[in-house]
Ligand binder design. Structure first.
Ligand SMILES: [Fe+2]
Ligand SMILES: [Fe+2]
Length: 469
């Protein structure tokens, strides 16, 4: 276990001081990162003190430190989880071999690609969210936004370290390109479609952190299984931070739901939009949008790449080692959704080829848990939110060329056009949500569309000065 060097220019537990070349290379990337942060990170509050969590260690206790810091001075560091002694490859054709400490030549380009695609999403989300600080519903929320942002920045560092350390010249070039592609840029967009859409308002932000950061969780969890041990340890530590991002989404929507229910009762109506809230039908449309965009991130139902990554040991399944099968899947099959003869049905596919679908299934089950919690609140007024059918509003995979209703009926274009305004956010919905987005900067005060959180951050009260304004 390499000691934590917390005072280094780049805090790390990877022994950077012992590898001068690597240290110099990363220290020359660092100012480019800071420049990117200032230019494309949050549009305001860069000079304010923000109460942030900073990773300082990877142990069971005390892995993070809380304190006020100006974001450009945040101590982005490189942290890998502690190595597991004698770790073995848990799946695929190399099952049982010692985990790899270096990249095997034959998998170099595939691994590089996996790192680049994962790494690209991290700064992309910071760029997508950069204007939200102007309309935060409270100082508590403003701080949470910045916490998510700085940690996505650290996740970029995590991937850039691996690229620099293990992929030589190509890796350094890829690291530079991470800062050259930008979310929504016509000439140099981010790699994945969902990361080129702006996050225009806080309702979208809460759904994004609930659904899209959760995609991140599942991608990281399957990369944590990787035979390439430095990647596994990197992802293991990133998942600690990721949990907070999903908390921001789950608790954020829970608070919106709570406020909606409160307004319904106070005013004895379901139409709370007139009373400065967001009605359940609008919440459902936003949910439908973000959920379907996030389902696309898992890729097509069957994929040769997914099969190859698994067989090679690069990317496992969610909680691979807890599964009771041979972890090779050479002869296994499963059913995947398909559309045939104008009906939604299933077909048999090789389990290896269908690994995207397997990961998507696990993701869907995880998404449902939060919806169930929100529905406990909504049950008080006899309403509920629902995850739409997997085939609704999809742009990737078997459903791409078909129209499905949220309840999974195959419909024609005319029926889609007739109903889409009740299924996906309309211009009127966006205008209403936009009208509610007024920044609240007095500690403890909340915008009218969202309930206060039940507790503050790190045992501080809700009205704590999380951002000194
Ligand atoms: Fe991340
Ligand atoms: Fe995240």
């Amino acid at each position: 276990m390499t000691a934590v060097d917390i005072d280094a220019r780049i805090p790390n537990n990877v022994g950077l001081a012992d590898d001068r070349r690597l240290q110099r290379a990363l220290e020359s990337w660092q100012p480019k990162f800071i420049e990117w942060w200032k230019e494309l990170g949050p549009v305001a509050f860069q000079g304010n003190d923000v109460y942030l969590r900073t990773a300082i260690d990877v142990g069971q206790e005390g892995w993070a430190n809380f304190g006020h810091v100006k974001m450009p001075d945040y101590r982005w560091g490189i942290f890998l989880a502690e190595p597991e002694p004698d770790r073995r490859v848990a799946f695929g054709d190399h099952q049982g071999d010692p985990a790899w400490q270096e990249v095997p030549g034959e998998y170099r380009s595939d691994l590089r690609r996996l790192l680049v695609v994962q790494g690209d999403t991290e700064p992309a989300s910071v760029e997508q969210q950069r204007a939200l600080c102007l309309s935060a519903p409270s100082v508590y929320d403003l701080r949470n936004l910045f916490q998510v942002n700085v940690e996505e920045g650290r996740h970029l560092w995590a991937m850039v370290y691996l690229l620099h350390r293990y992929f030589g010249r190509d890796g350094r070039d890829e690291a530079d390109e991470m800062l050259e592609r930008h979310s929504g840029d016509v000439d140099h967009p981010r790699i994945l479609g969902a990361f080129n859409e702006p996050t225009p308002d806080w309702l979208s932000f809460f759904f994004f952190t609930y659904f899209t950061d959760r995609d991140g969780k599942f991608q990281l969890a399957s990369l944590r299984e990787s035979a390439f041990d430095p990647l596994s340890r990197t992802c293991d530590f990133m998942l600690k931070e990721e949990a907070h991002h999903m908390f921001v989404g789950a608790s954020g929507i829970a608070r919106v739901v709570q406020r909606t229910v409160d307004l319904m009762r106070e005013n004895d109506t379901t139409d709370v939009n007139e009373h400065g809230g967001i009605d359940v039908a609008t919440l459902q449309r936003y949910l439908n949008l973000h959920y379907s965009l996030s389902l696309d991130l898992f890729g097509a139902e069957t994929s040769t790449n997914a099969a190859n990554y698994f067989a090679a040991g690069l990317k496992g399944r969610f909680q691979e080692e807890r599964r009771a099968d041979d972890h090779r899947l050479r002869d296994a099959t499963r059913t995947v959704p398909s559309v045939a003869d104008s009906t939604v049905t299933t077909r048999e596919a090789p389990a290896l080829a269908a690994l995207n679908e397997t990961l998507r299934d696990d993701y869907i089950a995880d998404c449902q848990k939060g919806v169930d919690r929100w529905n406990r609140t909504l049950a008080e007024v006899g309403l509920e939110l629902r995850l739409p059918h997997e085939g609704f509003n999809r742009a990737v995979g078997t459903f791409r060329d078909h129209r499905l209703s949220p309840d999974g009926r195959l419909i024609d274009d005319a029926s889609w056009m007739a109903s889409v305004d009740s299924w996906l956010p309309t211009d009127a919905d966006r205008a209403h949500v936009e009208s509610l987005m007024v920044g609240v900067t007095e500690p403890g005060k909340m915008a009218g569309w969202v309930a206060a959180p039940t507790t503050g951050v790190h045992a501080k009260p809700v009205d704590y000065e999380y951002v000194r304004i």
